[in-house]
Design a binder for this molecule. Sequence first.
Ligand SMILES: Nc1ncnc2c1ncn2[C@@H]1O[C@H](COP(=O)(O)OP(=O)(O)OP(=O)(O)O)[C@@H](O)[C@H]1O
Length: 703
Amino acid sequence: MEVSGPEDDPFLTQLHQVQCPVCQQALPAAHINAHLDRCLLLHPAGLSEPDDDESLGSAEPSRRPTSPPPPPPPPLGSCKRRRLSGGSLRLPPATPTGESSDGEVDEPDEPGPPDGRDPYDRCPSPCAGAHGIPAFARGPAGSPLPLRRKVSGKRPVAAAASASTAAASSSAAVSASPRCWKESERSEDEDEDDEEAAAAAAAAAMGGEDDDDEDREDWEASAPSTAAFRESAGHLGPGRAQPRPPAREEIWQKLVGKPLADKMRPATLQEYIGQNKVVGQETLLRSLLESNEIPSLILWGPPGCGKTTLAYIIANNSKKNSMRFVTLSATSAKTSDVRDVIKQAQNEKNFFKRKTILFIDEIHRFNKSQQDTFLPHVECGTVTLIGATTENPSFQVNAALLSRCRVIVLEKLSAEAMKTILMRAVSSLGLRVLDQGRPTDSVSHGNSSSCSSSSSEPPVYIEDKAVNTLAYLCDGDARTGLNGLQLAVQAKLGSRKPFCKKTVQNYSGEGVLITENDVKEGLQRSHILYDRAGEEHYNCISALHKSMRGSDQNASLYWLARMLEGGEDPLYVARRLVRFASEDIGLADPSALTQAVAAYQGCHFIGMPECEVLLAQCVVYFARAPKSIEVYNAYNNVKACLRNHQGPLPPVPMHLRNAPTRLMKDLGYGKGYKYNPSYKDPVEQEYLPEELRGIDFFKQKRC
Ligand SMILES: Nc1ncnc2c1ncn2[C@@H]1O[C@H](COP(=O)(O)OP(=O)(O)OP(=O)(O)O)[C@@H](O)[C@H]1O
């Protein structure tokens, strides 16, 4: 909350005198800004006076209250600090989005009073020291640059205000990025990132653009943020000076804090790699997004393929079009949270005609009745639902809800797409890619910045092969790939072993080299992508069954190993083998059933890992065995016959009935039955009900 002071009262404003920091002249507070403009022209070096700066700077910490009680009216002359200090400027909050506890994001607020913090305090750029008069930048040689603001035609306060606008827009840009709108995910250091970005934008606006590029780069390297990452990845477009090739410390700093995958999250469709079937040019979803017609969607795909990212991109898009975007995670949200969101959405629709998009991550974690809560509201358009799920929505999402949503199937990212994503990260970290096939001087730079010849620090390299391997090993999961890269780099930089030039042919430099092995270790593939409770469980067992049916012993072993290595229960596989023995091998090799039951019992006795070979033996036996579905088909025919029968089922013929009592015998049960062993020759006897006489379930397809 801003503290009110005498300058707020027109009478007191006239009455109170302030001292010009340039010429030291005392004059009414209301005239100080107009005076400063003139004074700066007359005394261009005036602000370099160390005493003044120092006095203002040193006064600053004590001025900043932790909790702001209204101060007593200051004595004459003391209000110069209040008037000129950055803290008294009406700056927007560092994070201009207000979010409710459920993650709702509102539009940026109007610029308001700073909430007790001076953003300039945080900026380590050269002008940050000038707390009192933040706009006074200095030239490279330390000379002040007073004319700069004259060119811009802004007074210090006005310039600072425009800086604050720049800060706001910078902050808004950051807040529009996905990592900011999810309140629950915001960490303190993210807030700091935003504030620092805002302060930097303010500093840049005040101090000019040319001189502080280098300082700004330093600052960005030491205060990593999404903005800095995106900038170094070339997102800010042409015309920006490329950052200096970063040394180990700078790279290390960039990796501190949030996971690399989060920092690299794309904010626009242009940065969204792969998934062309869904969001490529001329796809339905893209045109809907471009025309701002967002239907209710279920995004279905494996982990790390970009579901949440796509939702964030839609969020950015919808915020631009003044829609509300509310996010809930089904892992933590309760039904009451959903109701609250719906209620707010109704109010927004009724009173402000604003649409609400509700994003529910992991929607499959909501039970059916929770899903029912928003069904009518999706139906009537109160909310547009976007759900993300790794599970097959046909099983996990309420059928009624499903029919009101368009299901978008995202695929695992291809190795090429993964390579692009990884190279983007490599570039933004400032690593250089070492292509072993090329001679020394053609080492490709991950960052196209100028060469490090000017840098005293040895550079950090990553083998091209290492990036390729990572792209393949992460199995289409961008999060795994990026975080694997992060771990590899951190582990290598942490150990601080420079690489020996002999290790890489043709390279004669010094520095740190991240190799394929580092990447493999970083990826930590202790688990194979396999979800015992979900989709992958059914996919793999189906692949095993089909491979055995197709007599492909290699594929059969592969799918078996993939399940067992992924932690599947061996008894689950063994049960499937018992079924396969009858369903697919049947009477072509009746001992298959015995094999399967034996394998089941063996697994039961000895468990994993020893039982894996039992299963492997059985699987290969089955893959090689002759196949017959004769029995299986015939039995299906019988079932169909029963199901399709019209009217009451025919009675069991009397001669086939058992007659354990006298009464039953008297009633004709068992009468006329021919006991086969009593006959030397085959017995002529009917066993089917009369109306089914002559039917052959083995020949016909269906009854
Ligand atoms: N198509 C893509 N283009 C560029 N980066 C991507 C893409 N998909 C994912 N990423 C990167 O991978 C990270 C994880 O992606 P995201 O959170 O969208 O995955 P997800 O499919 O929602 O996974 P999960 O189901 O596990 O939540 C992102 O932060 C982003 O850096």
